[in-house]
Design a protein. Structure first.
Length: 196
């Protein structure tokens, strides 16, 4: 009897396998649609990263790391907000050791997965993850892109932070967890929620 069912199911499974472009039960989106959403999200994280890094480098050059903290403190959320308004998505950054924004349960799992992938030798620049998940009873497309720790980042996220930088960080973020990193580690990630 079992064997009969197995034989019966075989053509159905093969057929399902051929429909590579559709995964209706899992995501509600075709593979192509998933890739389109991911590409749009990736482009936005690149824009976010480029704008912020430009501001950060200019501020460090002009006034040193203490002055540059202001850029991260006010410009980073402002850029995120402007991009959120432009797209209608929720765009932010988060980390397992957050300075401002702690991860939600889904983000936490993805960040742990990112750390494992980085430890296994993957280049943080290429580490991303996306899925359709249910949020408040509705399907949403979620995308995360890892942010590696570059030498520049160590000014404010490293082990040997200058006392004046430390003091300013502590004044703005009394619960700061975002220090002690080494270059190459994953500092956090961009995170995007696209309503479907
Ligand atoms: C001049 C100091 C400074 C430098 C340099 C700096 N950051 Fe930050 N970083 C901050 C501050 C301040 C915040 C909190 C921003 C906020 O209030 O939204 C922050 C927040 C973050 C966050 C958001 C998650 C969290 O912890 O709340 C990420 C991710 C991040 N930084 C990554 C980086 C990376 C990657 C680099 C290097 C390319 C970098 N930072 C360089 C000061 C800095």
């Amino acid at each position: 009897m079992n064997r009969l069912i197995a034989l019966y199911a075989l053509p159905v499974l093969l057929l399902a396998g051929c429909q590579a472009d559709r995964e209706p039960q899992k995501t509600g989106l075709s593979e192509t649609e998933m890739m389109q959403h991911a590409a749009e999200s990736r482009a936005i994280t690149q824009e976010f990263g480029k704008t912020l890094k430009g501001e950060l480098q200019a501020a460090i050059k002009a006034g040193g790391p203490v002055a540059a903290i202001a850029v991260c403190h006010s410009k980073a959320p402002a850029i995120a907000q402007a991009l959120s308004q432009k797209t209608g998505w929720d765009i932010h950054r988060t980390s397992l050791k957050p300075r401002r924004t702690a991860p939600d349960a889904w983000e936490k799992e993805v960040l742990l997965q990112f750390d494992t992938r980085q430890a296994a030798g993957e280049d943080p620049k290429k580490i991303e993850y996306y899925a359709v998940v249910e949020q408040a009873g509705k399907p949403v497309f979620r995308y995360m892109k890892a942010l590696g720790t570059a030498p520049l980042c160590l000014n404010c996220h490293g082990r040997d932070i200058k006392p004046e930088v430390q003091a300013k960080l502590h004044a703005l973020y009394p619960d700061d967890q975002a220090t002690g990193y080494e270059a190459g580690q994953i500092r956090g990630a961009f995170s995007i929620v696209q309503p479907l």
